[in-house]
Design a protein around this ligand. Structure first.
Ligand code: DGL
Length: 288
């Protein structure tokens, strides 16, 4: 399913990097891009009408990711960074074979960073990411001496999307989720969902001060910088303002985004292209 769109014809502004998440989680990745790649122009998509992704099936997530990438291809992106661990865990390997631009995910960069600093690694993530075993598999492959404990934290994404981070109940919810990891005496914690760094002020008070916190976005963006350089795709001119799109209501996204970005984005609502039903099938079945 190579789509063969002529990207140069589709856009008359410098090619952007596309990033996407189910909602405001991707803003933690966007902030890292602003820090490490200040000259790059960004196209942001938040699938707010369909979040949370973490309780979706693998087939649904793959379909959503294909829709988003097809739309981003039409917008003329030069690269996509998945600002969503759930999509990275369940769809990255498949869609990398299907689109002509480079697509980066969070799992391997996060696993690599964690295995370099820790031996007893905790992963907090969505249910879908935990069930995929993507983090334990990637860490074990990198270093068989690391031990990994995972906890699914399904209440965290609604807490962040409803802006309830400072609510007293949030700390109790977090304490419950972290209990197993504290008992396991982990030395390193991976934020295995891009929404969770928004909760860092709460999570960091509940864990020992020696804990190493890994935000996979830092490492994915560093890998993207290298890849842009290697492919001759880095931008040297000043970045254009980030373009924001959501599938749900822009106003709610803007209200939340304002508090993290420090500016109110002009967000547009977009309807993603419907894809043929057979694209719901995994690629291996499609090519039989
Ligand atoms: N922020 C996304 C992730 O990193 C998705 C969370 C969700 O929608 O459940 O997994």
């Amino acid at each position: 399913m190579k789509h063969g769109v002529d990207r140069q014809l589709m856009s008359n502004s410098p090619a952007r990097i596309g990033i996407f998440d189910s909602g405001v989680g991707g803003l933690t990745v966007l902030q890292e891009i602003y820090r490490q790649l200040p000259h790059e122009s960004i196209l942001y998509f938040g699938d707010t009408a369909r979040l949370p992704y973490g309780s979706r099936s693998a087939e649904e997530i793959l379909y959503f990711v294909r829709q988003i990438l097809t739309w981003m291809e039409l917008k003329g992106v030069k690269m996509v960074m998945m600002a969503c661990n759930t999509s990275s865990a369940l769809a990255l390997d498949i869609v990398q074979q299907e689109f002509d631009f480079p697509i980066l995910g969070l799992i391997r960069p996060g696993a690599q960073a964690a295995s370099q600093v820790g031996r007893r690694i905790g992963v907090i993530a969505t249910q879908a990411t935990v069930s995929s075993q993507a983090y334990p598999d990637a860490i074990q492959e990198l270093d068989g001496n690391c031990q990994v404990w995972q906890v699914a934290c399904p209440k965290f994404v609604p807490i962040v999307e409803r802006n309830q981070i400072q609510h007293p109940q949030t700390s109790r919810v977090a304490e419950d989720y972290l209990q197993t990891l504290v008992t396991a005496n982990i030395d390193t914690l991976i934020y295995g969902c891009t929404h969770y760094p928004h909760l860092a002020p709460v999570l960091q008070t509940l864990l020992p001060s020696t804990m190493q916190f890994i935000n996979p976005a830092n490492y994915m963006v560093a890998a993207a910088a290298k890849e842009l350089d290697a492919l001759g795709l880095s931008s040297n001119s000043p970045a254009w303002p980030t373009e924001f799109y959501v599938s749900g209501r822009p106003r709610e996204f803007n209200r939340l985004a304002f508090q993290w970005l420090g500016y109110r984005p002009a967000t547009h609502q977009v309807r993603l292209p419907d894809l043929a039903p057979q694209t719901i099938m995994p690629r291996e079945q499609m090519i039989q």
